[in-house]
Design a binder for this molecule. Structure first.
Ligand code: G6P
Length: 605
């Protein structure tokens, strides 16, 4: 959600912290701030809105000091304002925080009764006030931080900076990730390794419940019980953390364009070209599984919805699928022959992580499909499968979706073979189809100019309806989600057959209806639904293939995709789902990579 960073450096840190915050801005951009220790005193600058506002402020009013902490915010408690922006300061301590302090009201009342005066509506200020009051009572900075941490309930990552302490940051991880970076006579803290990548490639990940005392000479790490502990140092591949737009106008454009190359390379990790099988990590198998449970949020949830069709069709495996924020609260019935699969690009989504913790110990195996292998979800699952998409920065997920689909397709095929549901020949045919995906996705991307023109009128719409059947229903949902996220046009998706049960009342000449309908077994039925829309003057855009257009009759607007086997169609139709939203957003002039109110990594429930 929010991004935090801390540096004990050799040089002026404000510009370096600003740069690190840029790399964390995908986590939130409601406000940003930096605090430093300058000549022994705490100093800070904070600004509402994107980082650029803080950057402007620093030009006019620079911040000096070689040690500091910084924050980019996605508002939870208290709206976006300077007063609510981090770092929060109380007396001799400043704090940056990612997460939620659940008992902040109780602490706030207690501190107010002691005379503390609060200047924000945030839960974070409570942490600063509590640590500040402990310092006033004579505790050392480390003691004040440790005692404060002991009083906090909730999920968080924190960094404390103290006046009079030019060589000290105390940080803690409970529920939200935190990485410590090791430099030469410099030390760093960040919400993820991405933030630290330009400064160091040596990173230690704090474990759940850890806290650490950081000085320029190193880090002392303590576990949840307070015992000093050792956590391994990892070398990160700096190439993998490159986050530039490579000449594209937006990260989203770059990430859409990367899909063919990513899919091609990523498949190689599961099925090398030199053999015709699928390799999965030892211990992962589906032969003894009686039911799959799939849990995710947002775009990852739609990838699971596509995969449900695949697992049922190609592996004969019953699948139960749920949105993570609902799953835990409905008393799901779990069995020790179930396999649970959690899908998450970031691997940090709080709802998905909580759902994973809920099933642990109650099912045979807990599998995750993630983009970040050092994430909490990856680390807490029995087996983590990387999607190998590389850093995804655009808040609207694109390449992670198709890369998630690919890993789930690999699992479905292998499950089909292991369970005897697919013959060797059927398996080989489907695997060959999967290998052809990158080429077809590239062909779909080539329709960009056509999509750009089509979206000119779409960008004037107030509402848009997306329809699809079978595997195209989740694609319609993904198309509607993308459009809402980045163009702010209200969009809904319906299973095409459900149209007549209510949404048809919405159809009139002003309602664009986008229909995903490759020429597959369900095509005729979807076309009947399209006729129902056209009979009521709805503005149809049919996305299909050559055979589909030959059979569909007169259609007002069409977008032709390559003809592909049914199994791989979701990959190809993901491209128009993404690109329609992208070009509509461009026509409307919205902020494509950082749409309002959203954050890429949602680490609060
Ligand atoms: C946020 C993002 C979405 C993403 C969802 C799940 O809402 O804006 O793009 O699909 O979180 O994120 P995850 O990292 O778990 O895939």
């Amino acid at each position: 959600m929010c991004g935090i960073v801390g540096i004990l450096g050799k040089h002026e840190v404000a510009p370096i912290i600003l740069d690190a915050l840029k790399r964390l801005e995908y986590r939130g951009y409601d406000s940003a701030g930096i605090a430093t220790v300058n000549n022994g005193a705490l100093d800070r600058r904070r600004a509402v809105g994107k980082l650029i506002n803080l950057s402007d402020l620093l030009v006019h009013d620079p911040l000096r000091g070689k040690s500091g902490i910084g924050h980019t915010r996605w508002a939870t408690h208290g709206g976006p304002s300077v007063a609510n922006a981090h770092p929060h300061q109380a007396g001799r301590v400043a704090v940056v925080h990612n997460g939620i302090i659940e008992n902040f009201r109780e602490l706030r009342e207690e501190l107010s009764a002691e005379g503390a005066s609060f200047s924000s509506q945030t839960d974070t200020e409570t942490i600063a006030q509590l640590a500040g009051s402990l310092l006033e009572k004579g505790r050392s900075p480390v003691e004040a931080a440790r005692e404060t941490l002991a009083r906090l309930k909730g999920a968080f990552a924190l960094a404390f900076l103290f006046s009079g302490e030019d060589d000290l940051i105390v940080c803690a991880r409970r529920g939200s990730p935190l990485a410590i970076g090791h430099g030469e006579g410099e030390m760093f803290v960040g919400s993820d390794a991405l933030a630290l990548a330009p400064m160091t490639d040596r990173v230690t990940y704090l474990e759940e419940g850890d806290w650490a005392i950081i000085t320029r000479s190193g880090a002392q790490i303590f576990d949840a019980e307070g015992h000093q502990t050792h956590r391994p140092m990892n070398r990160i591949n700096v190439e993998e953390t490159r986050v530039d737009k490579s000449g594209h106008r937006h990260f989203m454009a770059k990430e859409m364009a990367e899909q063919p190359a990513i899919l091609q390379a990523a498949l190689g990790f599961y099925s090398g070209l030199d053999h015709d099988g699928i390799d999965l990590p030892d211990g992962l198998g589906f032969a003894a599984t009686d039911r799959l449970i799939m849990v995710a949020c947002g775009t990852a949830y739609y990838a699971c919805q596509v995969a449900k069709y695949w697992f049922e069709r190609y592996a004969g495996l019953p699948v139960e699928l749920d949105i993570a924020s609902e799953f835990r609260y409905r008393n799901p019935v779990l069995g020790d022959s179930n396999t649970a699969i959690f899908v998450s690009q970031s691997g940090e989504t709080a709802d998905t992580l909580a759902a994973l913790r809920h099933v642990k110990g109650q099912v045979a195996q807990v599998v995750s499909v993630v983009n970040v292998m050092t994430s909490s979800i990856a680390r807490e699952s029995d087996i983590a499968l990387p999607i190998h998409a590389g850093p995804e920065i655009g808040v609207a997920s694109t390449k992670a979706f198709t890369a998630q689909l690919q890993v789930l397709a690999v699992l479905a095929l292998r499950a089909g073979l292991d369970r005897g549901h697919l013959s060797e020949a059927e398996f080989a045919t489907l695997l060959a189809q999967l290998r052809s995906v990158p080429g077809y996705v590239a062909q779909a991307l080539d329709r960009e100019e056509e999509i750009r023109l089509l979206t000119e009128s779409l960008s004037q719409a107030r509402d848009v309806l997306f329809l699809g059947r079978g595997v195209m229903y989740p694609l319609a949902q993904e198309g509607a989600l993308k459009l809402k996220e980045i163009s702010y046009i209200h969009a809904e998706a319906y299973a095409a057959g459900e149209l007549k049960h209510g949404p048809i009342a919405l159809i009139d000449k002003d309602l664009p209806v986008i229909i995903f309908a490759p020429h597959d077994a369900l095509f005729e039925k979807t076309v009947s639904n399209m006729q129902e829309v056209m009979a009521r003057q709805g503005q149809v855009l049919l996305i299909s293939d050559a055979q589909g257009f030959a059979d569909a009759g007169e259609v007002p607007t069409r977008l032709q995709m390559p003809a592909v086997p049914e199994f791989i169609a979701p990959f190809i139709y993901a491209v128009p789902a993404q690109m329609i939203a992208y070009h509509t957003a461009l026509h409307r002039g919205t902020d494509v990579d950082q749409p309002r109110n959203l954050a890429k990594s949602v680490t609060v429930e």
